[in-house]
Design a protein around this ligand. Structure first.
Ligand code: HMG
Ligand code: MG
Length: 284
């Protein structure tokens, strides 16, 4: 069994995107630098989405310009369309994530198009990313439950996973956007994804609304998945997923994985302070 697990830090993006009070760019930069100092080697720094849709992350380019880059660290960002990808490449991102959904209703609310239209929208992005030598990650939101239409069929997860891999994503992150997944529904979604992908091509992305995220991560570990997204301090939520709470906290995931004899390379002793700092950004 592979005992090395990657914790993919999404706090600066997923953690902060839902905050209504604008957070200073320098504070976002400090958060990213501190996370990297704690040993996180993959950090989602921001999103190059429409500032009309997510005003909090309108300063994505400034955050990228301000961070202190360490060799070997992947500084990633989301992009929803060609315009976002151009901006991301202009900021010298190391990796970009496109994001689709297993639910039609969520796709419409989050990116203003159908699932089929989103796949068409991603195609020219993949070409552009290939030309720029930028690896692409793919997200699937609502792998088990949709805030607008309820339970999601596992077959939808298989369809989206296959579509994102066919487009050229090197990895697909399976998103429990609402934090409503249970170990049972997670298992069904993961099995569906595994019908079209290798475990090494998958990641788990759990929000922790119902306190089930760690149990769901355990299901993914049993299935061979070794990459998990998490946000320091448990910040987060999607502005287009009403009721969704924060991502599972990085410090909780690291402690859980290490307790299972797995290795993350993260210095857990630094995480509590960073979590407090992240929480203070929310409060200020
Ligand atoms: P739209 O309104 O259909 O797009 O939105 P549009 O092309 O008509 O553009 C509207 C305006 O935005 C135009 O400006 C564009 O230029 C501008 P105007 O002409 O009116 O002045 N615009 C942009 N500006 C900067 N960068 C861009 C960009 N694109 C358009 N990239 C769109 C469609 C996809 C753009 C919009 O729906 C959007 O940005 N959605 C993003 C929503 C979002 O960020 N959601 C949260 C992230 S996903 C998530 O959290 C889930 C995840 O964590 C996994 C999980 O938990 O499941 C990943
Ligand atoms: Mg999320």
């Amino acid at each position: 069994m592979n005992d090395v697990v990657t914790v993919y830090e999404v706090g600066p993006r997923d953690g902060l995107q839902n905050e209504s009070a604008l957070i200073a760019t320098q504070e976002k930069i400090d958060l990213v630098n501190r996370l990297v100092d704690a040993g996180l080697t993959r950090v989602e720094v921001s999103s190059f989405v429409s500032p009309k849709w997510v005003p909090q992350l309108a300063d994505a380019a400034d955050v990228f310009a301000g961070i202190q880059r360490k060799p070997g660290v992947v500084y990633a960002a989301l992009a929803p369309n060609v315009k976002g990808l151009e901006r991301a490449i202009g900021s010298d991102v190391n990796e970009v994530a496109i994001f689709g959904a297993a639910s039609e209703e969520f796709s419409q609310k989050n990116i203003n198009c159908s699932i089929a239209e989103s796949i068409e929208r991603f195609k020219p992005m993949m070409e552009m990313a290939k030309d720029a030598d930028v690896p692409m990650r793919g997200y699937i939101s609502c792998i088990t439950d949709c805030p607008y239409s309820g339970p999601v069929k596992p077959s939808q997860v298989a369809i989206l996973t296959e579509a994102l891999l066919d487009l050229g994503c090197y990895s697909v992150s399976l998103g429990d956007t609402l934090g409503k997944a249970t170990p049972k529904s997670t298992k069904s979604a993961v099995e569906a994804a595994l019908s079209v992908a290798q475990a090494s091509q998958l990641a788990g992305h759990f929000h922790d609304t119902s306190g089930q995220a760690i149990a769901n991560i355990a299901v993914c570990l049993d299935a061979g998945i070794r990459v998990f997204d998490a946000a320091v301090g448990g910040l987060g939520g999607c502005p287009y997923a009403p009721g969704a709470k924060g991502n599972v906290a990085t410090e909780t995931v690291v402690a859980f994985l290490e307790s299972q004899g797995l290795h993350t390379g993260v210095d857990a002793s630094l995480l509590d302070d960073i979590a407090q700092y992240a929480q203070s950004l929310r409060a200020s």
